[in-house]
Design a protein around this ligand. Structure first.
Ligand code: NAP
Length: 327
């Protein structure tokens, strides 16, 4: 069976902690090399995952024994390295957010199409089976006509040295956690939504947003309400509210592989809690990317990635207008 030969740009926390430990167990891929700006970091990661160590991202892209790369760099670096990777003929799995603007996203999606290469954004929750359960409950009419979607992703403050607090590296709560509720809304409502209003609380000392919210609506007045932040108790949930009840997913975006997800259904006369089987969204996501790159499965939809990035831009614009109105 063919195996996809994969290299990694950067010894990021998410790569070492979640992606590579899963990748090395897949029989459809081989982890060929990890690269870092620092030789010692690459050597340490390579020894942990039994692969080659490469100093510098260019050197990794120059290797002809690599078919695809995983890019877990800070968001503002994604565009440059996606372009370089695609130009070097590699399929790309890039961390979320794919790029920091819709213009950059459109450019890389188009470049991947021109080179006939797979480009995927690593929104792993999309590959967790709990959301398909919710979609089937909605399709079966369990909560009637869906009137609204609300979702939150908030985390306590992270390491102050993290790129998350750097404007130049693409930090900020909207790009780091706010993109999840927005992407989840698109999962449940593939139609056209517009941003009605938004706000972001910017920490003036560091120049990035640390909290925010947004309201979106479609032409029929179905509403989507999103909240996100870096200064919150941990929360990662969503609720669909219909004419006959509500469905809530309590651990929507980051369920660990052994976690049994709970889906809560509230109807007029009863509350039901479904305890679903655990699922490994990391492995599912890697498999989907690998299968697409090996030509066994459809590639991720470029138009969805552009639509998502456009909504992120719109939230940013609406928040700026809101801030200007307050002087
Ligand atoms: N999908 C998910 O569930 C998930 C979860 C967490 C994070 N993420 C995303 O993954 C990406 C990385 O997040 P992370 O938390 O893993 O970040 P991180 O630990 O800070 O890693 C970022 C890596 O980028 C490289 N890098 C290159 N230039 C850099 C610079 N100027 N400053 C800092 N790092 C630089 C570094 O690798 P070298 O020093 O080895 O070159 C560093 O290890 C982000 O896009 C984030 O949004 C996704």
């Amino acid at each position: 069976m063919p195996r996809l030969r994969i290299g990694v740009l950067g010894c990021a926390d998410i790569a070492l902690r979640r992606i590579l430990p899963n990748l090395v167990h897949l029989d459809s891929a081989t982890l060929v090399a990890v690269s870092s700006r620092h030789a010692d970091k690459a050597v340490e990661a390579a020894s942990q995952f039994d692969c080659a160590a490469v100093t510098g991202y260019e050197a990794l892209l120059a290797r002809d024994d690599i078919d695809a790369v995983y890019i877990p760099l800070p968001p503002a670096m994604h565009h440059r390295w996606i372009v370089e990777s695609l130009t070097a003929g590699k399929h790309v799995l890039a961390e979320k957010p794919l790029c920091v603007t819709a213009a950059e996203t459109t450019e890389v999606v188009e470049l991947a199409r021109r080179h006939d290469l797979v480009l995927a954004e690593n929104f792993m929750f999309l590959n967790h089976s709990q959301h398909e359960t919710v979609r089937s409950l909605v399709r079966d009419g369990v909560i009637g006509h869906v009137r609204s979607f609300s979702s939150a992703f908030g985390i306590p403050p992270v390491n102050p040295l993290s790129f998350r607090y750097s404007r130049n590296l693409g930090g900020g709560a909207l790009l780091d956690v706010g993109v999840y509720p927005l992407r989840a809304a698109q999962l449940h409502f593939p139609g056209e939504f517009r941003v009605v209003g938004a706000c972001r609380r910017v920490d003036e000392r560091i120049g990035v947003d640390v909290a925010g919210g947004a309201l979106l609506s479609d032409a029929d007045g179905v509403t989507v309400h999103l909240e996100f932040g870096f200064e919150h108790a941990y929360r990662t949930d969503y609720t669909l509210w219909g004419s006959a009840g509500c469905i809530s997913v309590l651990r929507a975006f980051t369920p660990p592989e052994h976690h049994r997800p709970t889906v809560r259904i509230e109807e007029q006369d009863r509350v039901t809690e479904l305890s679903l089987p655990p699922d490994n969204q990391v492995r599912n996501t890697l498999r989907a990317f690998i299968d697409a790159a090996l030509g066994r499965k459809e590639a991720p939809c470029g138009a969805s990635m552009v639509r998502h990035a456009t909504l992120v831009d719109d939230v940013r614009r609406a928040a700026a207008a809101h801030a200007a109105a307050y002087g």
